[in-house]
Design a protein around this ligand. Structure first.
Ligand SMILES: Cc1cc2nc3c(=O)[nH]c(=O)nc-3n(C[C@H](O)[C@H](O)[C@H](O)COP(=O)(O)OP(=O)(O)OC[C@H]3O[C@@H](n4cnc5c(N)ncnc54)[C@H](O)[C@@H]3O)c2cc1C
Length: 603
């Protein structure tokens, strides 16, 4: 093993976004020696892009809020496929995690009397998102990073893990390379936490950063862990659509939370036309009531623009398909209209939504304080991920933990906005604590030299291919097919076609070649990412074919209704003994009566 750079720690955290940093902080505070690995530079993980805020029932703005309401909102949003235990832990613990972040230096926006300001967001009954303008993720990363560095984490920036190492059943480390020099590294550890984020780069139109190639999902799957709920990919209703170079970039739900409305090309607020039965009692029945809600009137109900993301995205799609869309194939999102209600509205918008103002001004030459934006759905988040124990976050592979977007369970069929940042804090903390405990009881295991040699051979294969195809064409073909055939509306025939094409792309990826050397070779990095992208794309497609109903983010044109029978299980994917994807219908754990009662009370 002499040719590899070697590192040994108690806990290895793969991913330096909110979940990874929070896990690393906790493990380190528990006395573990922690390594933190990131594909990008520290501070640049995808979490930095988060805009709208962190959902937590602090009740700083509306004293009717509490963990029970948050629990019930999260379950309703997830169409009751969520792990009720994770939803409970999340709702109970999020307020403490936010206050802790504040104590560590996060400067949240304040109410007039100095409490943490909370904003409205889709699917949340009360204003619940603690935020810092529309740059909340930046503040979160900055705070956790500062805190973590002082605890003495060993940080490995611009390193990519390509395989997890096992000793028997247990995960004992990981093998990867540094992106700058292309040298191979072996990380040995008592426990490994995956916090690698999502899969958005499997689709053509996405709000996600380049890091989102599904690596953690794929690493876990190939190491024998189960993935759950992979059919549920969230298409955020409002991404930029024009000019083409910026298509997919997120337009935060905060715009609608601050009073922004959606209109079609006839100027109609089409969201009033279709309100799902689960939400009728909580939705405003006039524009006037909706406006009052956004301005903090406790007697008003939320406007239909703040219904869950899956529903809003499908309504937008309907308007476009039926010829009522905007010139570039979306609809209009209008915050400028509030000038009819608020003096100095331009200053107000710039203060509340500074990033959105600059984003549109600089990228599209549009002043959102004066004219509406054009928006359309964009691939945003994956509810599916590594199946974990709700309390400890350990997967069913001993020693392997997962937290954040690469984990599954909290969000069920659809995530509510703001519930990801709180997920990162709550379950990142838990993953760090339990991983440190596990590592105390399990010293680093024995690395199999043959496993390392094989990982190295596979990683270097793209340099040895003759007359080969480059990886980018394969990546783009995959993104096109996932967008077209497994996107926001799905049908069986198209998904079967997608599976066939993924099979062909796997064969092409196996022959993909790159030129040059190993030093910062982005072609090589892309060639290695293809394994993850193809693995998660196949699993998403198979799970989506298997769920013959429409629920949450998963919409089947051939099965447009919800089917109660499908509300009783999660779809779990594993790698079978033949190397193929196996799907299992795993019954939902029974919910204790007191939690059922909470849900009934909040209806
Ligand atoms: C534009 C935008 C705005 C959003 N706004 C909000 C919001 O306001 N509120 C909210 O709750 N949610 C929001 N979300 C969602 C939320 O930001 C993400 O779900 C969340 O940040 C994911 O955090 P994470 O810690 O799981 O992963 P990330 O922050 O993505 O971190 C993943 C880390 O893993 C590393 N990594 C990945 N693969 C490897 C590998 N193979 N080897 C080594 N390292 C690897 C990456 O380099 C990175 O460091 C938003 C998302 C987007 C795109």
């Amino acid at each position: 093993m002499a040719e590899y750079l070697q590192h040994e720690h108690d806990v290895l955290v793969i991913g330096a976004g909110g979940a990874g940093l929070r896990a690393a902080v906790e493990a380190s505070a528990a006395g573990a020696r922690v390594a933190l690995i990131s594909k990008s530079l520290l501070g640049k993980a995808h979490t930095v892009m988060a805009e709208g805020g962190i959902a937590a029932a602090l009740a700083d703005v509306d004293d009717r809020d509490n963990w029970r309401v948050h629990f019930s909102d999260t379950m309703r949003g997830g169409q009751y496929l969520n792990s009720w235990r994770m939803a409970e832990l999340h709702a109970r613990e999020a307020p403490a995690r936010v206050r802790e972040l504040e104590a560590w230096g996060a400067l949240f926006d304040r109410t007039a009397d100095g409490r943490i300001l909370q904003r409205n967001f889709g699917g949340h009954r009360y204003p619940r998102l603690a935020h810092v303008g529309d740059r909340t993720g930046l503040e979160m990363i900055r705070t956790l990073q500062d805190h973590g560095i002082h605890l003495g984490l060993d940080v490995f920036m611009e390193h990519t893990i390509v395989v997890l190492l096992k000793d028997g059943e247990r995960v004992i480390g990981a093998f990867g390379y540094d992106r700058e020099r292309g040298r191979f590294h072996v990380f040995r550890a008592g426990a490994v936490v995956l916090a690698t984020g999502g899969i958005g780069r499997a689709f053509k139109i996405t709000s996600n950063s380049w890091e989102y190639t599904g690596d953690g999902h794929s690493l876990a799957y190939h190491a024998g862990a189960a993935l759950m709920d992979m059919e549920f990919v969230q298409f955020h209703p409002t991404g930029m659509i024009w000019p083409p170079s910026v298509r997919g970039i997120l337009v935060t739900e905060g715009v609608r939370g601050e009073g922004g409305v959606l209109r079609n090309n006839q100027g109609r607020r089409f969201m009033f036309d279709d309100i799902p039965p689960l939400y009728v009692n909580q939705t405003a029945n006039s524009e006037e009531e909706g406006w009052r809600y956004t301005q903090g009137d406790k007697n008003a109900r939320r406007p239909p623009e703040l219904l869950t993301r899956d529903h809003v995205a499908r309504c937008i799609r309907r308007e476009v398909r039926e010829g009522r869309g905007s010139p570039h194939g979306g609809v209009f999102l209008d915050i400028a209209w509030i000038k009819e209600r608020i003096p100095n509205s331009a200053e107000y918008i710039k203060k509340k939504l500074p990033s959105m103002y600059h984003q549109f001004k600089q990228l599209a030459d549009i002043d959102i304080t004066q004219v509406p934006m054009e928006v359309g759905p964009t691939t945003h988040y994956v509810m599916g991920g590594v199946r974990v124990d709700p309390d400890s976050q350990m997967s069913d592979v001993p020693g392997l933990f997962a937290a954040g977007e690469c984990g599954a369970g909290l969000h069920g069929a659809n995530r509510l906005g703001g519930n990801s940042l709180s997920d990162l804090l709550v379950f990142g903390q838990r993953a760090g604590e339990y991983a440190a405990n596990f590592a105390k009881q399990h010293p680093a295991g024995q690395v199999n030299p043959e496993a390392l040699a094989s990982a190295e051979r596979r990683a270097l294969k793209p340099f040895d291919q003759e007359n080969s195809e480059g990886p980018y064409a394969i990546q783009h073909a995959l993104q096109d097919l996932m967008q077209d055939l497994v996107g926001i509306v799905r049908v069986e025939a198209e998904m079967l076609q997608a599976l066939e094409r993924i099979r062909e792309l796997k064969a092409r990826a196996d022959r993909a070649g790159v030129q040059g050397n190993r030093e910062y070779n982005t072609g090589w990095h892309t060639a290695l990412d293809l394994t993850s992208l193809l693995t998660v794309s196949e699993i998403i497609t198979r799970a989506a074919l298997d769920r013959k109903e429409s629920r949450g983010a998963h919409f089947r044109d051939d099965f447009p209704d919800k089917d109660a029978a499908y509300g009783k299980f999660n779809i779990v994917a594993r790698k079978g003994p033949d190397g193929e994807v196996q799907l299992i219908h795993e019954p939902l754990p029974p919910m204790p009566p007191e939690f059922q009662q909470i849900i009934e009370e909040m209806k």
